[in-house]
Design a protein around this ligand. Sequence first.
Ligand code: DO4
Ligand code: MG
Length: 275
Amino acid sequence: MKLYRTGNGSYVEHQQNYYRIPEPSWDALVTHSNLYEYLRGVAAKGAQVADFPSDQIKAPIGNQEVWAAGVTYYRSRSARIEESKDAGGGDFYDRVYSAERPELFFKATASRVAGPHEHVRIRSDASWSVPEPELTLLVNPRGEIIGYTIGNDMSARDIEGENPLYLPQAKVYDRSCALGPCVLVSSEPLPTSTPIRVEIFRNRQSEFAGATTLAGLKRTPATLVEYLFRDNRFPLGTFLMTGTGIVPPDSFTLKSGDRIEITIEPIGTLTNEVA
Ligand code: DO4
Ligand code: MG
């Protein structure tokens, strides 16, 4: 089942039919004692709607925080070692890739998040910016993974590479994160064969395309959530981006006007243009 937040309330899509959800608050949905069963009930009892407002889809976030995991794919480890070698930071990335404790960092508040077809931003003081396409978990206050969405962890590689201590500046700024288009609410984990694809268009021409699968993820989503919830409470639930396995070549940097399309088939496609 797919859960959408729109300018006209929340909707669930079940077997290609759309149903309006009576619960008005997104935070109440995320904190529901059994969201999957609740949505099944809405679909079973509710009347399907013919006028799903597909042009008003918003980022599927209320007052949740967005956190992120890093260096969870070998490709990410190699790219960070390369970008930080002049600063002597390379060793850190190798060590965190192999360590038991994952890298977890704070990524965004809801006000910094772009929804589908909204602009994401590159920093004005960065010269090397990339999107990071990431499977993103929606986790309820009890630490249960209740759904999956698509995330873009926009990153300034030159700032991150200059000094690992600049990570918060490379990662957290206005519209540095995109989420959407919906939350796939599922009681089952996604298969490891699930592909993640990205394509970046410049002047309508494909500038970069890449793909990976969840099989490359070094740590399980459950392990990442377990570490995030250690000595941390999330009364409204939280999003957790699981890290990128796709890094464009070092010669590539995003430019204003680029269109980024990230697809994870069972969820959909998240499209954003760079402001
Ligand atoms: O350590 C830097 C950030 C890593 C990251 O965002 C990723 O691997 O996706
Ligand atoms: Mg990332």
